[in-house]
Design a protein around this ligand. Structure first.
Ligand SMILES: [Zn+2]
Length: 443
């Protein structure tokens, strides 16, 4: 017998698509569970109660209220494992390269997040924008200000969203308005962590920005925090641009390479995630692989800032494979859309002589990213018991997509066309913990 809370509340109908495994390893057919006339039954507590073919749905559920999306795809919500909250409105700022972009635009904009009113209003816009793009969960860099992380946690809690974030730590090579000091950074991080980590669906990420803007003392304290709280995530940036790599080599002359700096301070671990990681040596890939660390590919950011071409074949599928996520990196990234991000990842892979299929891209944006964020037990697929974080994607959302589907013969065709041609216009509806939080009318 189900309790009142775990009892059924609503049916979501459509072409359901959910991954059990990585299609690159398991093969596309074995990795996916898809039902062209599928249904997801959502419980009153916001979790998935049942997923499968509508014709096989328990008869007791048939009288429930139903959101029927016809031929539209019903997928687990998209997950963005690297995005910057205080850059929410500064997309398309034309820097010469990463360091120029940070100094000319980014630090000035992030300085505004020390004001609570500004940060609180921004948090509402930011999270609603994620929902409008079908993103239901994210690992987020906040600003250096404790108050900005607090208002972001509050806004996510109100939405019952699985959000991981943390106060950015940075104590050098940036304006005073966006700098802390090692002791303050560590103390405020710990205070936030004690308040928010594990509260509802929220978790904390220890967040030193990168080796450019942290002294040895700050990296050392970051490592100590991670050691004391190994269930928290650790996020930072690694090996993004040539200028940055040279800068950290000068700043840390004892280091063997960029990865070695983080390694020295205990920041490589199974819960550590390194954004970009484009220009890694074999030794660096080896260290990341053997410590169980993950890297995050941010293709629209990498092409926009001219940072380089992440080689998914070498890093993810090479002799020392490193778990790899896919993310927007807004505002260095040029789109909130994980669909556009997948499309750019495909193009970057092509320039490296590699391929990414539609199945592989959608796996990465759902279960793959959930695994990377250590939350696959509760998100990333439509399995019963997980939270009903769901995105409904219309393969015929635009005239160009609709015409393309006339030629589609398989699920791969549909997924591939969406990753190349799709954006937020294709997001018909978004659900978080079973509640519809975004919707748009069909064309
Ligand atoms: Zn970033």
């Amino acid at each position: 017998m189900s309790t009142a809370q775990s009892g059924p509340a609503r049916i979501i109908r459509g072409h359901t698509v959910s991954f059990d495994a990585d299609p690159h390893e398991a093969g596309p057919d074995a990795a996916v569970r898809a039902h062209s006339r599928g249904a997801v039954v959502v419980a009153r507590d916001g979790r998935v109660l049942w997923h499968g073919d509508y014709a096989r749905m328990p008869t007791a559920c048939r009288e429930l209220p139903c959101d029927d999306y016809g031929k539209a795809l019903v997928l687990p919500g998209l997950i963005d494992p690297h995005i910057h909250f205080p850059q929410y409105r500064m997309l398309a700022a034309p820097g010469k390269d990463l360091l120029d972009w940070l100094n000319r635009f980014t630090f000035k904009e992030e300085a505004r997040f020390g004001r609570k009113r500004h940060a609180a209003a921004a948090a509402e816009v930011f999270l609603d924008r994620l929902f409008a793009h079908g993103t239901t969960s994210a690992l987020v860099f906040s600003s250096v200000h404790k108050v900005a992380a607090e208002v972001l946690f509050k806004a996510a809690e109100k939405r019952r969203m699985a959000l991981v974030t943390g106060k950015t730590m940075m104590d050098c090579n940036a304006p005073d308005a966006v700098c802390d000091d090692p002791e303050t950074g560590a103390r405020e991080s710990e205070e936030l962590l004690n308040t928010w980590h594990g509260r509802g669906r929220l978790r904390y990420a220890i967040s030193p920005r990168f080796a450019v803007t942290s002294t040895q003392a700050q990296l050392e304290l970051s490592g100590q925090l991670l050691e004391a709280h190994p269930d928290c995530l650790m996020q930072t940036h690694l090996s993004e641009s040539a200028g940055e790599i040279q800068f950290v080599a000068d700043q840390f002359p004892w280091s063997r390479d960029y990865t070695d700096i983080y390694d020295r301070f205990g920041l490589l671990s199974p819960t550590s995630l390194f954004a970009h990681s484009i220009h890694l040596s074999r030794r660096e890939r080896q260290r990341l692989s053997e410590t169980g660390s993950g890297v995050i590919h941010c293709p629209t950011s990498n092409t926009f800032l001219g940072s380089g071409l992440f080689d998914i074949g070498c890093i993810t599928r090479g002799e020392a494979p490193v778990a790899t996520g896919l993310a927007t990196d807004v505002g260095g990234g040029t789109s909130y859309s994980m669909l556009q991000t997948m499309g750019e990842a495909f193009k970057v892979a092509m320039l490296n002589g590699r391929k990414i299929t539609g199945h592989e891209a959608f796996y990465m944006a759902t279960l793959g990213n959930a695994k990377l964020l250590r939350q696959a037990e509760v998100t990333g697929s439509l399995d019963a018991g997980k939270w009903a974080d769901i995105v409904v994607i219309d393969p015929e959302a635009t005239p160009v997509l609709a015409a393309r589907q006339e030629l589609s013969e398989s699920l791969e065709d549909v997924l591939f066309s969406l990753m190349i041609l799709g954006d937020d216009r294709a997001v018909r509806a978004t659900y978080v913990a079973g509640k519809r939080v975004h919707g748009r009318r069909p064309r």
